[in-house]
Design a protein around this ligand. Structure first.
Ligand code: SF4
Length: 825
């Protein structure tokens, strides 16, 4: 079977919808009519990359400019990669499916060191040389941004420019510089690089006289661009909800936390801004869950006011609000009750250390009493599971500190829920990686052996009913530590590991430490240098040229305070600890104290009640409607759950007030016909909805069609008087067309003459069963040599799938049958 186009590969891979690029709110411009084409590249799978908020911000900013087209590209999964390689096709962007090499700028998001090998996969598949020195001005400019650029050196050789800090303003400055270079100096690459270096936040690794870089900082987050029409991913993204960035930066000062140092100072969005953004974004997405995003959402100054405002709007619309990052002590019972009003979301707290002594060393600033109170409140309010995060390998850790983790978890397990029984505790433990730009940057990382020993001991001690123990693979931690703390010489190690087959190293089922060990040995990498030995305070560190704003003197002082067990307070309310990042003109902590400014609170309440949709409909006024729709072209790649989500969100965006069930977890009254297998088209699918009686069926058709993605079309909508006849179809007719070649007439005749047609079917558990399908095939004939019509009986508990029948009769290969077009009539 020949693969000629990217479209030919889609039916052959798992989850093809992750490569379609037709999601709601994706932007498709005519790339021949713009002056600058930017590919925003994420070196991990679609499901991870679509959940990254930063990429959505940049996509939004760049596409607002009419002369710029920004598209996305994610790391292809191994099956896609293999088909691209075997068919000599390049990696393409999501929106236009154009090769990456045809873009002017490719910008990688660096969020995690264990994604680095995937960068090489993506460049390799695009025919782009890895090293910046091997690319002239005719190649796309390869740039990077994201938290990992605070130590850019391990991957610096691959990039032409790297952005340190907030990207909102830098990205447009870089775009303007590129446009001007294209007009005046193209293709002299050095001229462009020198222009880019003038932008605050840009680092140019290749220019020896451009070594220093100062972090770019957005002073006022409230004025910063927010993607109020974010792309709604297909497939199963890890964050399938509206993400509302309430604040950037955290000044709690946890001494292990890199994000807490490199995103300083705290900059909040005001509750009014957030409520207005929420309204726009809910209308543009149809999400039914909002997640308040920040490094420590419990610290958001006006959290109660914001939550009240959100609940005012969300309660009646069955929209849940979740707080992903919490501190014990910040989540009051009042807040928990607010969260519970719509739907309970996950509950996680991070004591990080078991003993108060070690929590003081890391400046966690929470007491055992606060941990107990928070967990007790959570259980008494109905949470049945809580997650606890801990670390091992913290500076000064002793066996007593590990025992304190066990003791704390066991004590928390004794707390009973409202029904008098004990609830569940999920414990997650990772090994500390002393990251750059933190007070712990000079400390060593635990050796692999010690890390394994500690984790094994904790696992053993916490083996008991109601406690579920999870840990990060310590070998993963070693590779992460090397690339977090290493220098420029690591680029050769990365290429070597990539060539040995390392990819998706952040996925425990794909990580191969043996290959990394081979590369360490081959490249002469001394692990002691990066992980085991402590660094002297006077040593120069590989990331010293990156100025995040937080001074080395402050970090050193914090290191000393850690060793003394002294705590440093949060500075968000004005008690400056002198970390160095603020100039107190443009850059300073920015918080919104709701209670001090009464007008703020009032305007938030007003806004929260103004447009709230409360369907004024009594039980008797609802009616059931049957919606007929077709599912064609790319929509055939939607799985059943994906399809249900697509319809639910289209209903929300269109403002059709579907009735909800009663009870603890209300669900919209919508029911689908039997799911179609992925890859099958249909001209005649249907679903049932319960909607207000005064809503005309024609209106539903028009509204839904405005909000469905390509390939889904509502053809009709009728009031349904009878009970749903979902299982009542007796037969179904399909047209099957081969992509290449013809159906063999002789094989069809042999089948017609045969008395039985026994096929082997393997179920999900691997159980093999032989089934005679002969009486299930009501009609079969060739309409043209390449098109087959087949009518199959359908009865409860017994189904024949058209593709398995056709495959069996004509003895077709798996690939041929996957590439066939099959349309249910
Ligand atoms: S300079 Fe002072 S106020 Fe600003 S983040 Fe640092 S410690 Fe806080």
């Amino acid at each position: 079977m020949k693969i000629k186009t990217f479209q030919d590969i889609l039916p052959l891979v798992e989850r093809p919808s992750r490569y379609l690029g037709t999601e709601i709110n994706s932007i498709k411009k005519d790339t021949d009519k713009v002056r600058l084409k930017v590919a925003l590249a994420f070196p991990d799978l679609y499901e991870i990359g679509t959940s990254h908020f930063g990429l959505q911000i940049l996509y939004h900013i760049l596409n607002k400019h009419k002369e710029i087209a920004a598209e996305r590209v994610y790391a292809p999964d191994v099956d896609m990669e293999s088909y691209l390689r075997s068919s000599h096709m390049p990696l393409v962007s999501m929106e236009s499916h154009k090769p990456l090499k045809s873009f002017d700028i490719i910008g990688f998001s660096l969020l995690y060191e264990l994604n680095y090998t995937n960068i090489l996969t993506m460049l390799d598949l695009s025919g782009i040389p890895f090293f910046s020195s091997e690319r002239d001005g005719l190649f796309p400019l390869i740039i990077a941004g994201g938290p990992c650029t605070c130590n850019p050196e391990p991957v610096a050789d691959f990039f032409d420019a790297m952005v340190v800090g907030d990207g909102e303003e830098v990205v447009m400055d870089m775009a303007r510089a590129w446009l001007s270079w294209k007009e005046n100096a193209y293709p002299d690459k050095e001229t462009l690089l020198r222009e880019l270096y003038k932008i605050t936040g840009v680092y140019i690794p290749a220019l020896s006289d451009c070594k220093k870089v100062t972090r770019a900082i957005i002073g006022d987050l409230n004025q910063a661009t927010f993607p109020d029409s974010p792309i709604i991913p297909f497939a199963r993204p890890i964050h399938d909800r509206l993400r509302l960035e309430v604040a950037r930066g955290c000044t709690r000062g946890c001494r292990f936390c890199q994000a807490g140092m490199i995103y300083r100072p705290v900059r909040e969005r005001s509750p009014e801004t957030l409520l207005a953004l929420t309204e726009k974004a809910l209308a543009a997405t149809g999400y039914d869950e909002i997640s308040l995003l920040s490094l420590s959402t419990g610290d958001y100054t006006s959290l109660s006011t914001l939550m009240e405002g959100l609940m005012g709007r969300c309660d009646s619309r069955h929209i849940a609000v979740s707080l992903p990052s919490l501190r014990a002590g910040t989540l009051t019972p009042q807040l928990m009750k607010l969260i519970k009003r719509v739907r309970k979301t996950g509950f996680t707290i991070a004591p990080e250390a078991g003993s108060q002594r070690l929590r003081d060393v890391i400046n966690k600033n929470i007491s055992e009493k606060e941990i107990f109170e928070t967990v007790s409140n959570a259980f008494s309010l109905g949470w049945q599971t809580i997650k606890l995060y801990f670390m091992t390998g913290l500076p000064t850790e002793t066996d007593d500190d590990l025992q304190a983790i066990v003791a704390l978890v066991k004590e928390l397990r004794k707390i009973k829920g409202p029904k008098g029984h004990r609830e569940n505790i999920n414990v997650s433990v990772t090994t500390l990686i002393p990251k750059p730009h933190t007070p712990f940057q000079w400390f060593p990382q635990l050796t692999l052996e010690k890390s394994r020993e500690n984790l094994d001991w904790l696992k053993q001690e916490l083996k008991m009913p109601g406690i579920h123990f999870k840990w990060q693979n310590p070998e993963v931690g070693i590779v992460e530590g090397v690339f977090a703390r290493g220098g420029r010489q690591l680029s050769r190690l990365l290429v070597d590991a990539y060539k040995r087959g390392c990819k998706f190293d952040g996925w425990s089922d794909r990580f191969q430490y043996r290959l990394w060990e081979e590369s360490f040995s081959r490249q002469g990498v001394d692990l002691n240098l990066y992980t085991k030995s402590p660094w002297n305070i006077m040593d120069s560190l590989p990331w010293d040229h990156v100025d995040t704003g937080v001074t080395k003197e402050f970090l050193a002082a914090e290191r000393d305070r850690a060793l003394n067990g002294d705590c440093t307070p949060d500075c968000r309310r004005g008690d400056c600890n002198g970390c160095g990042v603020c100039d107190f003109e443009k850059i300073e902590p920015k918080i919104y104290e709701a209670c001090e400014d009464k007008s703020n609170v009032d305007s938030v309440k007003e806004l929260s009640q103004k447009d709230a949709v409360v369907p004024d409909t009594k039980e008797a006024d609802y009616k059931k409607v049957k919606v007929f729709y077709s599912k064609q072209n790319h929509a055939k790649y939607f799985g059943h759950l994906e399809l249900a989500n697509i319809f639910l969100r289209a209903l929300r965006r269109s403002g059709i007030p579907v009735k909800y069930s009663e009870g603890f977890h209300p669900m919209p009254r919508i029911s689908f016909h039997d799911p179609l297998p992925i890859g099958m088209e249909s001209m005649n699918e249907f679903l049932y909805l319960t909607v207000p009686g005064n809503l005309k069926p024609e209106t539903i058709t028009i509204l839904l069609n405005k909000h469905l993605p390509e390939g889904l079309l509502v053809k009709d909508c009728q009031i349904s008087c009878s009970r749903p006849d979902i299982k009542q179809q007796k037969s179904a007719t399909y047209l099957v067309k081969l992509k290449e070649g013809c159906f063999d007439k002789q094989k069809l005749n042999d089948f017609i003459k045969s008395s039985d047609f026994v096929q082997t079917r393997v179920n999900r558990k691997g159980k093999v069963k032989k089934i005679d399908f002969k009486d299930m095939i009501l009609k079969i004939n060739l309409t043209e040599s390449r098109t087959m019509m087949i009518k199959l009986r359908s009865e409860p508990g017994r189904t024949a799938r058209p593709l398995e029948i056709i495959k069996g009769i004509f003895n077709l290969s798996e690939e041929t049958i996957k590439q066939a077009t099959i349309v249910k009539q």
